[in-house]
Each structure stands twice: as structure tokens, then as C-alpha cells.
Design a protein around this ligand. Structure first.
Ligand code: NAG
Length: 917
């Protein structure tokens, strides 16, 4: 599953989508989407003033088991009791849960997102008196302080407050209550319906309009009031917060005072606007806070519509103003305050205490899992368009790539390939022989992706619809009938993917005998799973639609996650069959436009997703809506070639834009960009292996590697790939030059094209031409490449590797080489892979097992040549390989201090050393 999103057991999800209307070029219709003021719970919650918390902790209710502390809270205004649960989790994570002590019915708690029940550590009480309790959070001097009146929590290390909860008194928990004129059945729980018709389908609650909940018997409803929850967090010493994708905004989140909060509500937004907090296709409720001392994370586990307010006591102050404060002694500590509000569910929050950025990634990965490991081909280039018209068109495009010598791995088919938007089928006129087509692609060692959307045409002649209806697997409307909405096929049903049986059924469709015309090189694209409903409120499902006994309102942001989960099942059930190899969860940034600003924003949008565990991110190359200028298209290829998910896509109404349609010069520029991508695939693959193993992002903001370098904190026009490559794409029209920031005091960076060396911690002006893609390799690193670029990544399987050894000022370097078959799960099940550690020190380059127990299998991957970039000339050399010493051909370019060794002919899987003498 490729191309879908979300995938993964990773936070809540992303559904991505493409367009809603055809052809229009107007901007987003803001009137279609709510502001906080139009969302009654947001408006109500935002009206609360700080400093008036009615909540008090009842310390005599405290109970402590080994790893769990519980305590009741009381709201002194209405006397409702809440239950607070505190857990200390392994790896510096504190979990705080708040629910009603006795809700009238259970409130929704997000299932399936955590990889398991998180392992706990013992909690102990250090002291307790009438004012509060002090708990130890482990060996360091970290403590958790529970204050009773008003209730608040502070996490401290030594004398320093790291983070406080409810310090501004904005905890607000709307408890379930019976509607006043509801008659309670003498038996207690069941309540007779007593509505005056105020309930409007799909409208969320207005104050005074009550939701309806189905109780045990059909037609017996309990009418309950608003259910929103809210909590504030204060971060002393923090001026930079990041994350909570997906928004079309800068990497560093802005304060929201005077505007709307950031909104998390998966929506299919037509022509989204840039630099604002409106909700987009996906939602991951994780925020990172960073300063030079520490990185922390807040994971708000709630799947309902959510708004996040951010304020800061230094917002609007210039650096000079802050300096003045400091000099005059008037400076208060900078502080960022954050407030989360969700429409329903409970408060369940994980506070990840770092202290390093990499610790926060590890902590989040320990809760929700890591990025799945994509097949190598998924990291290569993808050609998509809405739509490739028919089999002949596909064949011609495929041949075009060969004629113009541009590699590609996947060609994608959008919705028009189906028989009337009935997914898992083919249009009988345009795609009469899908297997012939797929075979043609396979002969070139390439693959295809076809779209499968989660809305099902209501058509009694369509087998899948009949089965889902007969099995009663559709989402229901409030009256118990199948919910129907308008989408690509017209009137459509929406399978209830929250039901595991529905997921199993869907998974069973991904089989050669069910999905006619499918073959082993056909993969899937999950789209439209916000879910997108063209005639629904905000282009999605009514909030009172029912998933079993839960309202859509409770779990909206999980719908796409469950679609993905279902395809993951299909994926996991076979090894090398239909969908196997795409064990990736790739995400694209949705329906962008062919504009320079959209190219620029692709960087912070993907960086933000990477910070919260979704590394395989990209933006539609060229822009989905509108038609790019040739310059923009070329610049977009050059940028996309260095972003994780590299796919060109275009709207149905745009002119064709395959890479060779813009004259030989531009074809050459695009070819070169794509070839640079293919040459670097070994490094990309290795980065994704690491992301899969450790949860570290692949595309990284600079501050992640240089956490003390304040100059890097707000940079989002350049980025790192792993630790070792720094990319500053050209994203300005008509650019003649740009200024890149090279981070790191004492670090050196080499231009990968010229090998020119530059010192770190400087702003470097770089003149650019149309062929420039400014990329730098960090001194001290070794990067593997494959320099013989062929038609597709599979065709390069047996080609030799070239190691680029870039020396640091101490004349040392280190790196890794990870190799497996590129597409099966054998790396996991049979441990078939090569993972080598490469080090250069004392004039010797050495390759060793990094993982001792690997089984080495032969990929006939010869190491081919080395480029050493260094400052002082050295003459080679002898090569010691399997005990024998031989000398090697070399060249030395004194002007750039580059030493190249040719054809040492070692096996990548063996131990060897190369000595420069
Ligand atoms: C936990 O925090 C302590 C103190 O800040 C730190 O030394 C340690 O490395 C952290 N451990 C993990 C697993 O993040």
C-alpha cells in the first residue's frame, strides 16, 4: 500500500485526496470550512478565561499501585467528579488520562493506534500534604507535582519546571448529561426518546441541541449534551513548537492569538490556501517543543475534531527587543502556552520528555510504531496523472521514458481506469486487457499503481456493494439505515472500516481471484479516506453517522487510518504476492497547485510530517492544479528528487506534462534530476531502514541534528536527508543565487557536485543556474551511491556501489551500507540482508559487520570506486581484501583534493580494508 497514507501504526491519520471539482482555478472556498467561531465547542471553549479553574484534586481519594496513580478531581461549580490517572511509562514518558468518574455512557477512547499497552515503570510518592503530592519520575531528579487547589500538574527536573498542565486553568471537561426534558426509564439506563425534532442530521451540537446516543434497544435514545474536552500546557523556556500536521504552514508553528487555532479534522480541501491553520487531509495530534536544552513532545490521543491554540509571551518581540529586555533585566523567561480542545472522547495525553530530539522520536515510536520499510522501488520516481487514458496511452508514456532515457519505476492510474468508478474493476473499453498492459510494464521491470477508494457505488449490479450491504458493513446514518453520500461514482456507501470484519473483507479483495486483471506488479493507492463526501458538511461525513455504537464525531480522524489498516492486512498475509512489496505508508501533501509558493511549502509540510513519524512524504511534482511554467516544473523535479516520495501528478484538465514535452534542454535538466535520485537510492533505502528500525525521520529539519544552534530553529527552506546530506532546493522564480545556511561549528560541508569544501555555521551565498541543485555532504560521512543509472531501480540491482568518503577536519569519516533484495520481507523473516559499518580513520577505510548475525547473501554488489574528499593529498595505496594485499588504480585531483580509486572489486558483504600509504 503504497501511497496512501497513513499508514501505519503511526498516530492518527491521514487520508489524502484529490480534487473535488473539475477545472476551476479559484482558491479554497473558505465558506465551506468552519472557523473556530462557527464550531460551537471551539467557540465555547475559547471563551473561557484563564485563571479561574473550578477543578480541585481530592487528595484523600489518591490510590497508588505500582505504576498507576489515580485521584479524583471535582469541579466545584457543578460537583461533577473526574478521574485522573497518571502513569510513568518506560523511556521518559508520562501518561495523563482524565475521564468522567461515572459517565452516563462510556466515552470514546481511541483503540488500535498504540502498538500495545505501553510498558510502565514504578511510580513512588516522595511527599504528600494538604496542598499536593510529589511523585518521583525515576532516577534523575525528575518529579511530578500534583497541586490540589486549583488542580495542576508540573513536571520538574531539579529546580526547573519542564512543563505544566492546567497551569492556566483551562481544563474543561463537558460531562455527559441528560437533556432536561428527557424521561428516565425506571430501569435506569434506558431512556425514552423525547425529541422535538431539533436534531438536524449532520449538524454538530449547538448549545442546547443535544446529541443522540443509541442505547441497548433500537429506537431508545439517550439525549446528551455537548462533550468537548480541553487542557492547557505551559512550556517555560520554549519559543519553538513544531508538528501537529497537516497544515499548509511554516515548520515553526505560529501563535494563534488573533486568528483561528490550528485545526485537526481530516478534510478534502479543494485548492487549499497557504500559511494558515485550516485543517487539511490528515491529522497527527503530536506537537514537539524545542529549546537549546531540551526537546519534548505532547501526544494528544483523541480522534475527534481538535483545535490547538498556541500563545507565547515573546511573540512579536524582535531579537533586539528581547536583547533589550535582557540588558535591562526586565526579561521574563520566554514561555509558550498551548491549549488543546477536542469535541468528544477523553483526555489521554502522553508527555514525551526527551531530552534529545532523537529521544522524542524514539519515545513516540515506542507508542505508535515506526514507519514501515518501503520497497526500494517506492523510493524511486513515480509517474502519475489523472488520468492515463487507456492501455495505449500507458504504453506510449512507458516508451517515452525509454526514448528520452528518463528512469521511472511506477506508473499510476487514477479513478478513470475503473468501470464507472467501481473500484477493483477496469473500464472495459479503455483497459480491456489489463494483464497484457501489466505484463508490458513488468517486462521493463517496472510497476503500476491503481487507485482504490473507500466509497462504494450503490449499484445492485456491483458485487462489492452487494456484499458489503448484505454483511451490514456500511456506516449507518442516525436512523439506522445505510449512510449514503455523493462521491466519484455518484451515490455511494461508506464501508465501516472501524469494524475488523469489514477490514478483513476488504483485505480479501486484494487477491488475484477477487481483483480481476491484477498481477504481482500492481499496487494500490488509497485515496479519499478523510472520508470525502461531496455533498456532506465540510465535504465529509455527518457527525451523527454511526460506526457501531459510536458516532462519526468520536472517531472522524481515524477513518483513513482504518482504511490503511485494512490494506495492511492484505499486505501482511502474503510474502511475495499481490500487494506485498508495498509495505510502505506514503503520504503526499494533497491537491497542491502549480505555483512557486506551493513548491516552497512542500518543504515544511513534509518536515512536519516527518517529525511525527511519517517519513515517506512528498508533494505532487509540478503541482496538481494549474499548469506550471517550464522553469517551475524543472525546479520542482529538482526539489522532488531530494524529497522522500517522488511522484509527478496532474489534474485532468491540465495539459500533458511528461518530462520530454518541454524541449530537449528541459528534458535534459529533468533527466539529470531524476538520475541524481536514482544514483542516491542506496542512501535513501538505508535511511528508510533506519527510520523503520528507530523511528528517526528521514527528511529532517536542521535543528534535529544541531539542537543547540538557534540559527537553525526556524529554517524551513532547506533540510537534511538523514544526518549527512543537506539540501537547499531552488524554489524562487528566476533565481540567480541563494543563501544556504550550513550548520555546525567545526563541521565542514562538501558540495556534492564540485567537491568544494565549506565551513559550518555560516550563511553561504551560492550562485545558481537552471541546472543547480545545491546539495552538500557532511565532512565525516560516507555515502553509498550507484552511478550507472538504468531504466528502473530493479534494473540496477546488480550494479556496483560507489562510496563517497567525505573527511572531517580530523581526517575521519563513517557511514553504513544496507543491502537486501529490495522488495520482500526476507530481511525480517530470514534476516537476509547485509548491514556494514564503514569507517575511515588513520588513512584506512574499513568495512565491518554492523550486525553480526546477518546471513550474507550474494547480491553480486561490487564496490566500484571511492571518492575521498579531503584536504591534504595522499597517495594510495594498497587494498587488503580477504587476506590478500593488492594495489589499486587511482587518480588524484590536486585542485579539489579528490582521490578516486577505481575498481577495487571487493564484495560489499565481505570484510576488507583500503589503506592510503
Ligand atoms: C531519560 O531522561 C534522562 C534525563 O533527562 C536522560 O539522561 C535519559 O537519556 C533519558 N532516557 C531515554 C530513554 O530517553
Amino acid at each position: 500500500l503504497f501511497a496512501t497514507f497513513l499508514g501505519f501504526r503511526m498516530g492518527l491519520l491521514l487520508g489524502l485526496c484529490f480534487s473535488l471539482l473539475l477545472g476551476s482555478t479559484s482558491a479554497v472556498d473558505r465558506g465551506n470550512f468552519k472557523t473556530c467561531a462557527q464550531s460551537s465547542f471551539c467557540k465555547r471553549q475559547r471563551a473561557l478565561k484563564p485563571g479561574q479553574s473550578p477543578y480541585r484534586a481530592l487528595l484523600d481519594t489518591l490510590e497508588l499501585s505500582d505504576s498507576r496513580l489515580t485521584l479524583q478531581l471535582i469541579n466545584d461549580n457543578n460537583k461533577v467528579h473526574l478521574l485522573l490517572e497518571l502513569y510513568r511509562l518506560q523511556g521518559n514518558i508520562t501518561r495523563v488520562k482524565i475521564n468522567e468518574l461515572k459517565p452516563l455512557k462510556p466515552r470514546f477512547e481511541v483503540p488500535d493506534v498504540l502498538v500495545g499497552e505501553p510498558p510502565t515503570e514504578p511510580l513512588s510518592v516522595l511527599s504528600k500534604d494538604d496542598n499536593g503530592v510529589v511523585l518521583s519520575l525515576g532516577p534523575e531528579s525528575q518529579r511530578l507535582i500534583v497541586s490540589a487547589r486549583p488542580f495542576r500538574l508540573d513536571i520538574m527536573e531539579g529546580p526547573q519546571v519542564l512543563l505544566s498542565l492546567n497551569s492556566r486553568g483551562l481544563l474543561a471537561f463537558e460531562h455527559l448529561q441528560l437533556r432536561k426534558n428527557t424521561q428516565v426509564d425506571p430501569e435506569g439506563a434506558e431512556v425514552k426518546e423525547n425529541v422535538d425534532g431539533a436534531e438536524q442530521q449532520g449538524e454538530e451540537e449547538k448549545v442546547g441541541v443535544y446529541f443522540k446516543y443509541c442505547l441497548k434497544k433500537p429506537n431508545l435514545f439517550l439525549f446528551l449534551g455537548p462533550t468537548s474536552v480541553s487542557l492547557d500546557f505551559s512550556l517555560p523556556g520554549v519559543e519553538h513548537v513544531y508538528g501537529i500536521p497537516e497544515h499548509a504552514d511554516n515548520l515553526k508553528l505560529k501563535t494563534t492569538e488573533g486568528g483561528d487555532p490550528y485545526r485537526l479534522y481530516n478534510l478534502d480541501v479543494f485548492q487549499y490556501e497557504l500559511y494558515n491553520p485550516m485543517a487539511l487531509y490528515g491529522a497527527v495530534p503530536v506537537m514537539l517543543a524545542h529549546n537549546t536544552q531540551r526537546t519534548m513532545g505532547i501526544f494528544w490521543l483523541n480522534a475527534a475534531e481538535t483545535w490547538v491554540d498556541i500563545s507565547s509571551n515573546t511573540a512579536g518581540k524582535t531579537v533586539f527587543g528581547k536583547m533589550l529586555d535582557f540588558v535591562q533585566g526586565s526579561s521574563e523567561t520566554p514561555q509558550t502556552d498551548v491549549r488543546w480542545v477536542s469535541e468528544s472522547g477523553i483526555i489521554d495525553v502522553f508527555i514525551m520528555l526527551g531530552p534529545k530530539p532523537s529521544d522524542v522520536f524514539t519515545q513516540y515510536a515506542s507508542l505508535t510504531g515506526t514507519q514501515s520499510f518501503p520497497p526500494l522501488a517506492a523510493l524511486a520516481y513515480h509517474q502519475c496523472r489523472w488520468n492515463y487514458n487507456d492501455q495505449e496511452d500507458v504504453k506510449a508514456v512507458d516508451q517515452g521514458f525509454d526514448q528520452h532515457d528518463v528512469p521511472y519505476d511506477f506508473i499510476w492510474l487514477d479513478i478513470e481506469h475503473t468501470d464507472g468508478k467501481r473500484y477493483f474493476t477496469w473500464d472495459p473499453h479503455k483497459f480491456p486487457q489489463p494483464k497484457d498492459m501489466l505484463q508490458g510494464i513488468m517486462d521493463k521491470r517496472r510497476m503500476m499503481v491503481a487507485i482504490v477508494d473507500p466509497h462504494i457505488k450503490v449499484d445492485s449490479g456491483y458485487k462489492i456493494h452487494n456484499e458489503i450491504r448484505d454483511k451490514n458493513f456500511y456506516v449507518k446514518n442516525k436512523d439506522g439505515g445505510d449512510y449514503e453520500g455523493w462521491c466519484w461514482p455518484g451515490n455511494s456507501g461508506y464501508p465501516d472500516f472501524t469494524n475488523p470484519e469489514m477490514r478483513a473483507f476488504w483485505a480479501s479483495m486484494f487477491a488475484y481471484d477477487q481483483y480481476e486483471g491484477s498481477m504481482e506488479n500492481l499496487y494500490t493507492w488509497n485515496d479519499m479516506n478523510e472520508p470525502s463526501v461531496f455533498n456532506g458538511p465540510e465535504v465529509t461525513m455527518y457527525k451523527d453517522a454511526m460506526h457501531g455504537s459510536w458516532e462519526h464525531r468520536d472517531l472522524h480522524n481515524l477513518y483513513g487510518f482504518y482504511v490503511q489498516l485494512s490494506v495492511d492486512i492484505a499486505n501482511g498475509e502474503s510474502d511475495w504476492s499481490l500487494f506485498v512489496c508495498m509495505n510502505a505508508g506514503a503520504v503526499w501533501t494533497g491537491d497542491n497547485a502549480a505555483e512557486w509558493e506551493h513548491l516552497k511549502i512542500s518543504i515544511p509540510m513534509c518536515l512536519s510530517l516527518g517529525l511525527v513519524g511519517i517519513s515517506l512524504c512528498g508533494a505532487d511534482v509540478g503541482g496538481f492544479f494549474k499548469s506550471p511554467s517550464t522553469e517551475l516544473l524543472v525546479r520542482w523535479y529538482q526539489t522532488g528528487a531530494y524529497q522522500p516520495f517522488f511522484r509527478a501528478h496532474a489534474h485532468l484538465d491540465t495539459p500533458r506534462r511528461e518530462p520530454w514535452l518541454f524541449g530537449p534542454e528541459n528534458t535534459a535538466l529533468i533527466r539529470e534530476a531524476v538520475r541524481q535520485r536514482y544514483a542516491l537510492l542506496p542512501y535513501w533505502y538505508q535511511q528508510f531502514y533506519q527510520a523503520h528500525k528507530t523511528g528517526q525521520p528521514v527528511m529532517r529539519p536542521l535543528w534535529v541534528e544541531y539542537p543547540k544552534d538557534t540559527a537553525s530553529f526556524a529554517i524551513d527552506d532547506e533540510f537534511l536527508i538523514g544526518r549527512d546530506l543537506l539540501v537547499h532546493p531552488v524554489t524562487e522564480e528566476g533565481a540567480r543565487g541563494l543563501t544556504a545556511y550550513l550548520p555546525g561549528h567545526g563541521e565542514v560541508w562538501y558540495d556534492v557536485h564540485t567537491f568544494q569544501k565549506h565551513n559550518g555555521a555560516q550563511n553561504l551565498y551560492i550562485p545558481v543556474t537552471m541546472s543547480s541543485i545545491p546539495v552538500f555532504q557532511r565532512g565525516g560521512s560516507i555515502i553509498p551511491r550507484k552511478l550507472r543509472v538504468r531504466r528502473s531501480s530493479a534494473c540496477m540491482e546488480n550494479d556496483p556501489y560507489t562510496l563517497y568518503v567525505a573527511l572531517n577536519p580530523q581526517r575521519a569519516a563513517e557511514g553504513e551500507l544496507y543491502i537486501d533484495d529490495g522488495h520482500t520481507f526476507s530481511f525480517q523473516t530470514k534476516k537476509e540482508f547485509i548491514h556494514r559499518s564503514l569507517t575511515f580513520a588513520y588513512n584506512t577505510l574499513t568495512s565491518r559487520y554492523l550486525v553480526k548475525w546477518v546471513q550474507v547473501i550474494c547480491f553480486s554488489c561490487k564496490l566500484f570506486l571511492y571518492n575521498f574528499f579531503s584536504d591534504s593529498p595522499h597517495t594510495p595505496l594498497s587494498l587488503c581484501y580477504t587476506g590478500k594485499e593488492t594495489s589499486v588504480e587511482f587518480e588524484f585531483d590536486a585542485s579539489m583534493s579528490v582521490l578516486t580509486l577505481r575498481k577495487p572489486g571487493m564484495n560489499a558483504g565481505a570484510d576488507w580494508t583500503v589503506k592510503l600509504q
